[in-house]
Design a binder for this molecule. Structure first.
Ligand code: UDP
Length: 324
């Protein structure tokens, strides 16, 4: 298949592009390089630089690539930032999303695998989270992703789109030369590894009074290689609809800190700090639908094993992609 990958120079998009190419598909990466990295591009892929917010950029690229399917990763994805600057999120993730959908429609492309998120569920009343759990986001990031899911639902009804909404839980880990490098790092695992590398002094635990066993937030940490594999399965299937991608196991911030200490051998001092706006207390997936409709199950389920892969990448790239 010819696959058009928006955000293919980013963290998850670059790993998914690699999996697609390894499986014999051809890939066109569309990325603004605002947050993506040239170094993460695969030399086997065609690269088109452009911004989703500019309709001409995306229409020209789609027209040139004429893909069979789209994988849509390009987005802003920070809960905290979205809670301070919602317009940035709606403009990129939703206005950019409409541009993408319209360009697809113009070029007759019906199939889209969309990077959605467990943040679309907010803080559900029941755990674990199934695809039927009501979606009530608690932050603009989750809202922006839900809006685009809903928009694609209308494109499915009106223009016969066949969308798949892959609702990721907490993406983490690294694969080979591809890892997580954000200009401003806010994610827990890379921040822990920065402390272990001596690049920052301590980790802040955002909130110690959540309604969880140890008072810190519980998340379902899913390895980027498992996420990429799910994309490949989705694009090679004829399934359309929503699928959770998680391990089905939850770990608290304190448990992840402990795992990072064991992996790195560094004491990683930690302080409890105020809560971060928009964080739900407990998010764990029920991944059974992914097994049923895609034949997918996370292979990496142990935080220590997942953090090992991230630790290997961060040690090899202490200054991120720029340093290599
Ligand atoms: N977190 C933390 N300290 C940090 C970064 C994150 O305590 O330096 C917490 C955050 O509040 C959340 C969890 O770790 O409860 C996972 O956050 P992350 O930003 O990695 O992913 P998110 O859940 O926002 O997608």
């Amino acid at each position: 298949m010819r696959v058009f990958v928006t955000g293919g120079a980013g963290y998850i998009g670059s790993v998914a592009s690699k999996h697609l190419l390894d499986a014999g598909h051809s890939v066109t990466v569309f990325d603004s390089l605002e947050l993506g990295h040239e170094e993460a591009l695969d030399e086997r892929a065609e690269f088109i630089k452009g911004d989703l917010r500019n309709y001409r950029d995306i229409l020209d690229a789609m027209d040139r690539a004429r893909p069979d399917a789209v994988m849509h990763f390009a987005a802003y994805a920070l809960v905290g930032e979205s809670s301070a600057n919602p317009g940035k999120y709606f403009r990129n993730n939703d206005c950019g999303g409409v541009n993408l959908a319209e360009a697809m429609n113009e070029c007759g492309v019906k199939r889209i695998i969309f990077s959605s998120t467990c943040a679309t569920y907010g803080q559900p009343d029941t755990m674990p989270i199934t695809e039927a759990t009501p979606q009530r986001p608690t932050n603009p990031y989750g809202q922006s992703k839900l809006i685009f899911e809903q928009m694609l639902g209308w494109y499915a009804k009106i223009h016969a789109f066949q969308p798949v909404f892959l609702r990721y839980f907490n993406a983490c880990g690294a694969e080979g030369r591809l890892g997580e490098d954000h200009a401003v790092e806010t994610h827990l695992i890379p921040n822990l590894l920065k402390v272990a590398l001596g690049q920052s002094g301590r980790i802040q635990i955002f909130g110690g009074d959540y309604n969880t066993p140890d008072g810190t937030c519980v998340r379902d940490y899913v390895h980027v290689s498992d996420l990429a594999r799910a994309h490949l399965l989705a694009i090679e299937s004829d399934f359309s609809g929503a699928v959770n991608l998680g391990t089905g196991h939850g770990f608290s911030v304190r448990e992840i800190i402990e795992a990072a200490r064991e992996v790195s051998g560094h004491p990683i001092p930690a302080d409890v700090a105020p809560r971060r706006a928009g964080d739900p207390d407990f998010l764990v997936s029920d991944p059974s639908k992914a097994a049923q409709v895609l034949g997918w199950k996370a292979e990496h389920t142990e935080p220590k094993a997942i953090i090992e892969t991230a630790w290997g990448w961060h040690r090899a790239h202490p200054s991120g992609y720029a340093g290599k």
